[in-house]
Write a protein that binds this ligand. Structure first.
Ligand code: TYM
Length: 334
């Protein structure tokens, strides 16, 4: 375990887990868990950067943890925990905040998009969120961060903050690398194929949850926005809707784009949408079965996340203590 490189990643419990989250991130975690020392976190502190209903958030936290297990992540092999159970995340976030510039935060694409939606009262958490994400990653001497393409800019900030700290004080943090898969890294909305599929979307037809029932999945794909030329061809500029469906189909079946275009050369959109829906249903069915089973065993989950938080705290507190000392905070012993 000690010789292996370290991975850290997380998902916000801010909605249901979409096939975007699954194909872009979770699925690769499952493959990586055998070869890396992995930390998989339910990042609940990130979810409160926008308003949440407390009871619902608490419920979603447990369900997300269960979905991690249902997707094949093994709590005995990996360190799996809730972010808020390891206070070092919040503490390091503050220490890094004091080494971060306003300019680099306000340039973040996701902040610009989300703050437009928030209107006049943009929460400070939305602006400083990527610093908390950097803290998550840097606490564990992370080498690799498996994420979807939308997180690339946040990863760059984590790298910049690590390098800046190492130069200003002395080598402390490992500088992390992003791990972004080729296939499925950016799944788009089914209703607006120019924006990414998001779990917090207001239109439920825009995303597919990995827990959606088969008939719901089929309906969502049947209603997916496409174009009118009825040709199944990968063309991101002129045919973003069909291109997205081809990519989803490819990610679920393992078939490459050329093969898919050939297989559906003489078929219409109706047939293709049905095939994509079926491929997705088949991909998520085993996860749904596992999920039901795991949700019935709360004692098991509690044991897993308690041990997870203990193990995570051990490493995180060591890094935090180092940073506090290097920054000159008061010693506990004189
Ligand atoms: P979140 O919760 O928005 O998304 C979780 C993961 O899913 C990926 N993803 C997608 N991939 C492909 N297509 C999509 N449409 C799509 N939507 C989401 C995301 O890239 C991500 O990998 N800030 C992060 C959570 C986070 C984190 C971290 C990640 C907090 N701390 C430390 C890695 C390391 C986020 O909001 O992800």
């Amino acid at each position: 375990m000690e010789d292996k490189k370290t991975i850290f990643s997380g998902i916000q419990p801010s909605g249901c887990v979409t096939i975007g989250n699954y194909l872009g991130a979770l699925r690769s975690w499952k493959e990586l868990q055998n070869d890396y020392n992995c930390y998989f976190c339910v990042v609940d502190l990130h979810a409160i950067t926008v308003k949440q209903t407390p009871q619902e958030l608490r419920k979603r936290c447990v369900e997300l943890y269960a979905q991690y297990i249902a997707c094949g992540l093994d709590p005995e092999k990996n360190v799996m925990f809730f972010q808020s159970h390891v206070p070092a995340h919040s503490e390091l976030s503050w220490l890094l905040t004091c080494n971060t510039y306003m300019g680099e935060m306000s340039r973040m694409t996701q902040f610009k998009e989300k703050s437009k939606k928030a209107g006049a009262n943009v929460g400070l958490g939305l602006l400083s969120y990527p610093v908390l994400m950097a803290a998550d990653i840097l606490l564990y001497n992370t080498d690799l961060v498996p994420v979807g393409a939308d997180q690339k800019q946040h990863l760059e900030l984590a790298r910049d903050l690590a390098i800046r700290f190492n130069n200003a004080y002395s080598p402390t943090f490992t500088v992390p690398e992003p791990y972004i898969q080729k296939n499925g890294a950016r799944i788009m909305s089914l209703q607006d194929p120019l924006s990414k599929m998001s779990k917090s979307s207001e239109n439920v037809n825009a995303f597919v949850s990995i827990l959606n029932e088969p008939d719901v999945v089929m309906k969502k794909f049947a209603r997916a926005v496409t174009d009118s030329d009825n040709q199944i061809r990968h063309d991101i500029v002129n045919k973003p809707g069909i291109t997205n469906l081809i990519e989803i189909y490819s990610a679920c079946t393992g078939k490459n784009i050329e093969q898919i275009e050939k297989d559906f050369e003489f078929k219409g959109y109706g047939d293709f949408k049905k095939a994509v829906g079926e491929a997705v249903v088949e991909t998520i069915k085993p996860i749904q079965d596992n999920f039901k089973h795991i949700m019935q065993d709360k004692a098991y989950m509690e044991k897993c996340f308690t041990i997870g938080a203990e193990k995570a705290s051990y490493t995180a507190n060591k890094t935090l203590a180092k940073v506090q000392r290097k920054m000159g905070l008061a010693s506990k012993k004189l």
